[in-house]
Design a protein around this ligand. Structure first.
Ligand code: GCO
Ligand code: MG
Length: 401
């Protein structure tokens, strides 16, 4: 079952996506998401110029061997561009294997460990009241777990707030610059969660994303302030390049912590996991080396009672979402999956077997991943360069967005 053809498809249906399509000599094909938000063409070039020439003629059934060839064989290891490219190949090969064996990918990963995949949606608003309304709408749609973000008094553009319409932070043109101030943020977030707990059932799972903007001691203060409101998790409380910095947060609070959407390998999170400094690991298929590498991360996490909670924002294409759902359904120590519905244009280009009902998702039982790309529809939405915003403190100092 030799790989006979490989192509990179870049398109912008609602937002930019990079997709790898591998085809075997028997005419089977598989898809892999290769989207790295704001740096898309670097991965497209890595695949086209460096990876695809290595794939042609190889046996598509040898997923692990091809993974190791692309990882060890490059000499240069890890990094988001490399690991996203490897992920795309790995995901496409799992898709092909499923189609070749006429089985959905989750069956190849050990079968279903649960009936469905618990997902959380994104509620947000400029004010606490607007956020309460947004949470109520999510509950009406069936969500049992909701992430809540609200505007911060005195700041005009804040991460996670849609300000009318769908939230999509990447924008065409040069990066938008926003301003950040920690104190008003630390004052409003506990007020938001107090209001949420007053208005909604204690059964509702509540989550919050700090988006890397606090120092460890500030994060500890926020975690402590949120303890009475029993969050499902507090996400990315501080940048995590320094894994040991989480010891400080952990010493001060029992609020569960989730980290990992910007990680790309097990080496970025092994200390966090082995020292039980976090409760949920948020690495995802597309940015952390594909399904094969994610299984290793989950296996390490299982030893230390850390559960998975994969990233699932709209910049992860439906191909990644499908792969994540097969992984989530099968892996024993699954916790929750992020779910941000894609734009209608995205849904026109990518057709998928996965479904949402009553706050749960299921990857479906189509062979492989269960996702198709309509290349004719994709051609109507060309790629346009876009960047994520940046953030500076009020005095102009560069900060984490
Ligand atoms: C999340 C993330 C996203 C990221 C985005 C960047 O928790 O969903 O933080 O909102 O900002 O995926 O590309
Ligand atoms: Mg996040």
């Amino acid at each position: 079952m030799k790989i006979a053809d490989a192509r990179v498809i870049t398109c912008g249906p609602g937002r930019n996506f990079v997709t790898l399509r591998l085809e075997t000599e028997d005419g089977l094909y598989g898809l892999g998401d290769a989207t790295l938000n704001g740096r898309e063409l670097a991965v497209a070039s890595y695949l086209e110029d460096h990876v695809i020439p290595l794939l042609i003629g190889r046996d598509a059934r040898r997923i692990e061997d091809i993974w190791q060839l692309l990882y060890k064989g490059a000499y240069w290891r890890r990094g988001p561009v490399t690991m996203t490219a490897i992920a795309a190949v790995d995901t496409a090969l799992w898709d092909i294997k499923g189609k070749a064996l006429n089985a959905p990918v989750y069956q190849l990963l050990g079968g279903a460990s649960r009936d469905g995949v618990l997902v959380y949606g994104h509620a947000n608003g400029d004010t606490i009241d607007a956020t309460l309304e947004s949470v109520a709408r999510h509950i009406e749609q069936g969500y049992r777990a909701v992430r809540a973000q609200c505007g911060v008094p005195g700041l005009s553009k804040v991460y996670g707030i849609a300000s009318g319409g769908r939230y999509e932070p990447a924008a065409a043109g040069l990066p938008e610059e926003s301003r950040w101030s920690t104190e008003p943020y630390l004052r409003i977030v506990p007020q938001l969660f107090e209001a949420l707990r007053q208005h909604f059932s204690p059964e509702l799972h509540l989550l919050h994303d700090v988006h890397h903007r606090l120092s460890p001691i500030e994060a500890a203060r926020l975690g402590k302030a949120l303890e009475p409101h029993h969050l499902f998790w507090l996400e990315d409380p501080t940048p995590a390049e320094n894994q040991a910095s989480f010891r400080l947060i952990r010493q001060h609070t029992t609020t569960p912590l989730a980290v990992g959407e910007v990680f790309n390998s097990i080496y970025d999170c092994h200390q966090l996991i082995q020292e039980q400094l976090i409760d949920y690991i948020r690495t995802t298929v597309v940015h952390a080396g594909g399904i094969s590498h994610m299984r290793k991360v989950a296996a390490l996490a299982e030893l230390h009672q850390v559960r998975t909670g994969s990233h699932g924002a709209t910049d992860l294409s439906p191909v990644c979402m499908a792969a994540a759902l097969h992984f989530d359904l099968s892996v024993h120590n699954f916790g929750i999956q992020e779910h941000m519905p894609h734009a209608p244009e995205t849904e026109r280009v990518f057709r998928h077997a996965y479904t949402f009902a009553d706050g749960m998702m299921h990857p479906g039982d189509a062979p492989g991943l269960g996702v198709e790309i309509d290349e004719t529809a994709a051609a109507a939405f060309p790629y346009k360069r876009a960047y994520l915003p940046t953030a500076r403190l009020l005095d102009g100092t560069m900060h984490s967005w």
